[in-house]
Write a new protein. Structure first.
Length: 131
């Protein structure tokens, strides 16, 4: 036979509130901590010309309709389009890149043109020989 002891209603309510609070804290903290999402956007094997490399991260803003003259960079590397639409001509090949696109620039002769209506932004990750 079971013996049921009597408890004061205020004690029972206190225990129930504490249990509810603790369970809602666990649910809330699980919702606030989303898992890490990692994805490779571009991968490229690189043979560097020197063991001493100056790695640069450069932000370039292109006004509407701006086109660079033919040029080269000090070194190759990935490029990430932050804003706008860019037409890139490198080694005679033409490609169009938009927001979120990543491409590899070889460091060869090239032009870049903002073909969108608004300004465009590009992040350049450059791997150049250190001086």
């Amino acid at each position: 036979m079971f013996k049921i002891s009597s408890a004061k209603p205020t004690n029972i309510i206190g225990v129930m509130l504490a249990a509810l609070l603790l369970s809602s804290v666990n649910v809330a903290s699980a919702q606030e901590k989303p898992g890490l999402n990692r994805s490779t956007l571009l991968s490229n094997n690189v043979e560097l010309p020197s063991p001493n490399i100056n790695a640069k991260v450069i932000r370039v803003t292109f006004p509407p309709a701006f086109k660079t003259p033919q040029h080269t960079h000090e070194g190759p590397g990935p490029r990430y389009v932050v804003k706008g639409t860019l037409k890139v001509v490198e080694d005679g090949k033409t490609n169009t890149y938009t927001v979120g696109d990543v491409f590899w620039e070889s460091g060869h002769l090239m032009t870049v043109e903002n073909i969108g209506k608004d300004s465009a932004e590009l992040i350049i990750f450059e791997l150049a020989p250190a001086n």
